[in-house]
Design a protein around this ligand. Structure first.
Ligand SMILES: NC(=O)c1ccc[n+]([C@@H]2O[C@H](COP(=O)([O-])OP(=O)(O)OC[C@H]3O[C@@H](n4cnc5c(N)ncnc54)[C@H](OP(=O)(O)O)[C@@H]3O)[C@@H](O)[C@H]2O)c1
Length: 296
């Protein structure tokens, strides 16, 4: 059992320390890269080092390292895994953030938590802003909402960032591979704002120095479906012919149909204009993607 008398974290008092959890995940890895260097101290943990389900582990690590900012990139992010194992999804996506909120509150850290459009039911074409009522329908969405609720109940200095369809080079590589084989599996019935890992993590880095707490929707502008997203990737990679020849195998979606996040708060704050999703995608591919180089 956690016993605060056994531990001392005075070594790091007064020093800005950022703790990234889920550092081996897609978003966590990118953030770790961006936060490395500079004047601040960076500590990162993967699943093996600190299990967010375990309050004692979280408290011990927090007291030893005294982070001033905790960034939670850990989570059960596969909707399929969540449906198959709802109890574990609750432990990771709901109890995990609760534990972090308790630790952050106790040791005076700020918390940045990444959430999702799946907290909304997505049944119709209504835009959802930060004041819209979350009524999730999937296990993933329900457990992510419970995580958000716990954070809001157990602390004040939090940022909850909801995003959509975050893609990285692996996403693009998978699409390129499918296009070249002329066979792609696409998830039908899904409309969202694809958002590059790059602009999302840039925004999270900005929050590290912010005290403007609250919930934020952060997505590229505009909405599309999976088929049009793939078509746009094909256009940028000059694989239009492969796209037109490709067999598109439909698979049902495990996510709500409409993921229409409105970044209302950022707009109210006159935050810089978020790029249209096509522009974000083109810039991301041209900057970070080397066609044909990634093996799946
Ligand atoms: N990708 C998206 O489109 C998207 C969109 C909106 C929000 N988000 C949210 O952003 C967060 C990160 O997403 P991602 O795409 O980077 O997911 P990811 O690649 O699946 O990374 C999640 C990481 O969390 C770790 N993890 C799982 N259970 C843990 C536990 N109990 N304790 C500590 N670490 C644990 C995983 O480690 P193991 O693999 O070793 O278990 C993995 O490294 C998630 O919370 C997700 O809900 C993602």
């Amino acid at each position: 059992m956690y016993d605060s008398a056994l531990l001392e974290g005075d070594l790091f008092k007064g020093q800005e320390t950022v703790w990234v959890l889920g550092s081996q995940g897609r978003i966590g890895r990118a953030l770790t890269k961006k936060l490395t260097g500079g004047n601040r101290r960076l500590v990162t943990t993967d699943h093996a080092a600190v299990d967010i389900k375990n309050l004692d582990d979280v408290l011990v690590f927090t007291e030893r390292n005294l982070p001033t900012v905790i960034i939670n990139c850990a989570g059960m992010s596969s909707a399929k895994e969540c449906e198959e194992n709802p109890d574990e999804a609750f432990r990771v996506n709901a109890l995990g953030p609760k534990n972090l909120a308790i630790a952050a509150n106790h040791f005076g850290a700020r918390l940045i938590h990444i959430s999702t459009d799946d907290v909304f039911n997505g049944k119709d074409e209504t835009l959802m802003n930060e004041f819209s009522e979350p009524t999730p329908i999937t296990v993933y969405g329900k457990t992510k909402k419970q995580g958000e609720d716990y954070i809001q109940a157990f602390m004040q200095k939090y940022f909850i960032v909801r995003s959509s369809w975050v893609y990285d080079v692996r996403t693009i590589a998978k699409i390129e591979k499918g296009l070249r084989k002329n066979s792609l599996t696409i998830t039908r019935d899904q409309i969202a704002s694809p958002t590059s890992k790059e602009i999302l993590t840039d925004f999270i880095v900005e929050l590290v120095n912010s005290y403007d707490y609250g919930i934020y929707h952060f997505v590229s502008q505009g909405f599309t479906n999976r088929k049009s997203f793939i078509e746009e990737v094909a256009k940028i990679l000059h694989l239009e012919e492969d796209f037109s020849k490709s067999q598109l195998l439909n698979q049902p979606s495990l996510h709500p149909k409409y993921a229409l996040l409105d970044p209302f708060i950022l707009r109210m704050k006159n935050y810089k204009t978020l790029p249209p999703w096509q522009e974000d995608l083109k810039k991301y591919i041209q900057t970070y993607y080397k066609p044909g180089r990634i093996r799946q």
